[in-house]
Ligand binder design. Structure first.
Ligand code: SAM
Ligand code: SF4
Length: 445
C-alpha cells in the first residue's frame, strides 16, 4: 500500500513493542510515517484493556475519526491490541467506519487484512493462538539506540483483577537462540540498551527447552547470555512476579555488569487478605523480605512497583497495611492505580465493590505518601555523579532528558545527542526526576 500511516499506542511496553512491529510491516509495504492524522492513509489505534478508562479512550478516538473517514473514504482505520482481542465484533458494531480489527495473536496478518479491506470491506482477525512472535516481524523503532525485546508473550497466572491472560493468552516463551540473535543484531545496528519484556519474566523458559537438551532455560541464564552480547551497554527487564522470584536472578543481576540496577517489582497490595483475594501467591512479609535480599545483593538498586487501591472488599485496615508496607518498602517510585473492574475477571463479580469516593480518598493518601518517599530518595542523590544515557530533547528549551542505570530521569542543560553516555552531577531533585550538569570527560594525556 502507498501513502502514510499514523500509529497511536495506548498502554504498556508490550504495546509499544507491537506498535514498532506494526510500523515495520507498513514501512516494508511501502508506507511512510506521518504525525498528522489528516494526512494519514492508514490510522492504527493499538489499544489497551487493562482499565476501563482505556476502553473509553478507544471509543473516544474512534468518534474523532468518524468525520475524517466521512470526508476521506480512502482512509483505513485499524484497531489492534488488547481491546481488539477483548471486544472483537463489538468494535465494528459500535463504529462501522473501522476497516480492520486485528487481535493480539493475529498481528502478522495485518497487511493481508488491509489488502482484503480494500476489495471486500471491513475485516476482523481474532486468532486464539500466537503462531509467530511479533518480534519476528520487521520493526520501525522510535529510537536507534534502544529497543524492546519480547522474551515471552501471555501469562499463566490468574490474578483475579487482571484481564491480560484473557487478551494475551497463556505464556509462550521465545527460544533462547531467537532472543540472543535479535539482541546481537540490535547491538550490531548500534542499539546500546535493550529491555527484555514479559508479563512474568521469572517464568521465562518454562515452555521451551535449551536446544539439544531437555533442560528448560532459566531467566537468570538468559540475563547472563544477553550480558555477553558485544556492543550492548545496558540491559533492563520488566516485570518479575514476586511469587516466582529466585535468588539466581539477584546473583545474575549483580554479576552481569550490563544489567542495570533497577527492578520493577509489583506489590499490588500490602494487605495479606487482599493479596489472597487477588490470587497473588506471596504475602506481605515475604514480599518485604525479597526486597531486603534484592537490596543486599544489588547495592544502590532502584525499585519501582505497581499498587492497586480499592480492590473489592479492601477495608480501612487493609489499606492501612498497604500504607505501612509502602513506608517500609521505600520504593523509588510507584505506579498507583484505582481498581477498575474488568469484564470476565473474578474480581469484577466479587461482592463489596467499593464506592468511588472511598477509593479516591485512599488513592490520594497513597500518592502523597509515595511522593514524599520518592522526593526523599531523590534528594539523597543530590551531589552524586552518575552515568546517564541521553534519551532525547527535554521539555524546556535547550535541555536534554537522560536516564541513570537505576531508572531515574535526569534533566540536563544543553542539547545532547540521543544515545550517548555522559557523567551527570546531580544538582537538584523532584519526586519524578533529577536535574544535573554534565561532568566534562577528563582530557586524554
Ligand atoms: N504482569 C505484570 C505483573 O504481574 O506485575 C502486570 C501487568 S499489568 C499490564 C500492569 C499493572 O496494571 C498491574 O501490575 C496492576 O497493578 C495494574 N492493573 C491490572 N489490572 C488492573 C485493574 N483491573 N485495575 C487497576 N489496575 C490494574
Ligand atoms: Fe495480570 Fe497477574 Fe499475569 Fe501480571 S501476573 S499479567 S497482573 S495475571
Amino acid at each position: 500500500m502507498k501513502g502514510t500511516y499514523l500509529i497511536r499506542t495506548f498502554g504498556c511496553q508490550m504495546n509499544e513493542h507491537d506498535s514498532e512491529r506494526i510500523g515495520g510491516m507498513l514501512r516494508a509495504d511501502g508506507m511512510t510515517p506521518t504525525a498528522e492524522v489528516a494526512d494519514a492513509r492508514v490510522v492504527v489505534l493499538n489499544t489497551c484493556a487493562i482499565r476501563e478508562n482505556a476502553d473509553n479512550k478507544l471509543y473516544g478516538n474512534l468518534g474523532h475519526l468518524k468525520p475524517l473517514k466521512a470526508e476521506n473514504p480512502d482512509l483505513r482505520i485499524v484497531v489492534a491490541g488488547c481491546l481488539a482481542q477483548k471486544d472483537q465484533g463489538l468494535i465494528q458494531q459500535k463504529a462501522p467506519w473501522v476497516d480492520v480489527v486485528v487481535g493480539t495473536h493475529a498481528l502478522p496478518h495485518l497487511l493481508d487484512l488491509l489488502r482484503r479491506a480494500e476489495d471486500e470491506g471491513p475485516q476482523m482477525d481474532i486468532a486464539e493462538y500466537t503462531e509467530l512472535f511479533p518480534s519476528a516481524l520487521p520493526a520501525a523503532r522510535n529510537d536507534a539506540f534502544r529497543a524492546w525485546v519480547s522474551i515471552a508473550v501471555g501469562c499463566d497466572n490468574a490474578c483475579t483483577f487482571c484481564i491480560v491472560p484473557f487478551v494475551r493468552g497463556a505464556q509462550r516463551s521465545r527460544a533462547i537462540g531467537d532472543v540472543l540473535a535479535e539482541v546481537q543484531g540490535l547491538a550490531r545496528d548500534g542499539v546500546v540498551e535493550v529491555t527484555l519484556l514479559g508479563q512474568n519474566v521469572n517464568t521465562y523458559g518454562r515452555d521451551v527447552t535449551v536446544p539439544g537438551t531437555s533442560r528448560r532455560p532459566l531467566f537468570a541464564e538468559l540475563l547472563r547470555q544477553v550480558n555477553e552480547v558485544e556492543g550492548l551497554r545496558r540491559i533492563r527487564f520488566t516485570s518479575p512476579h514476586p511469587h516466582d522470584f529466585t535468588p539466581d536472578v539477584i546473583e545474575a543481576m549483580a554479576e552481569s555488569e550490563k544489567v542495570c540496577e533497577h527492578i520493577h517489582f509489583p506489590m499490588q497490595s500490602g494487605s495479606d487478605p487482599v493479596l489472597r483475594a487477588m490470587q497473588r501467591s506471596y504475602r506481605r512479609e515475604r514480599y518485604l523480605g525479597w526486597l531486603d535480599r534484592i537490596r543486599d545483593g544489588i547495592p544502590g538498586v532502584g525499585v519501582s512497583t505497581d499498587i492497586i487501591v480499592g480492590f473489592p472488599g479492601e477495608t480501612d485496615a487493609d489499606f492501612a497495611d498497604t500504607l505501612d508496607a509502602v513506608s517500609r518498602a521505600r520504593f523509588d517510585s510507584a505506579y498507583t492505580f484505582q481498581y477498575s473492574p474488568r469484564p470476565g475477571t473474578r474480581a469484577a463479580s466479587m461482592p463489596d465493590q467499593l464506592p468511588k469516593e472511598v477509593v479516591q480518598e485512599r488513592f490520594e493518601r497513597l500518592v502523597s505518601l509515595q511522593e514524599r518517599i520518592s522526593l526523599e530518595k531523590a534528594r539523597a542523590q543530590v551531589g552524586t555523579e552518575t552515568e546517564v544515557l541521553v534519551e532525547g530533547a527535554g521539555r524546556r528549551g535547550a535541555s536534554s532528558q537522560s536516564r541513570t542505570r537505576t531508572n531515574r530521569i535526569v534533566h540536563l542543560q544543553g542539547a545532547l545527542d540521543p544515545g550517548t553516555f555522559v557523567t551527570a552531577r546531580i544538582t537538584d531533585a523532584a519526586p519524578h526526576h533529577l536535574s544535573g550538569e554534565v561532568v566534562p570527560a577528563p582530557a586524554l594525556v
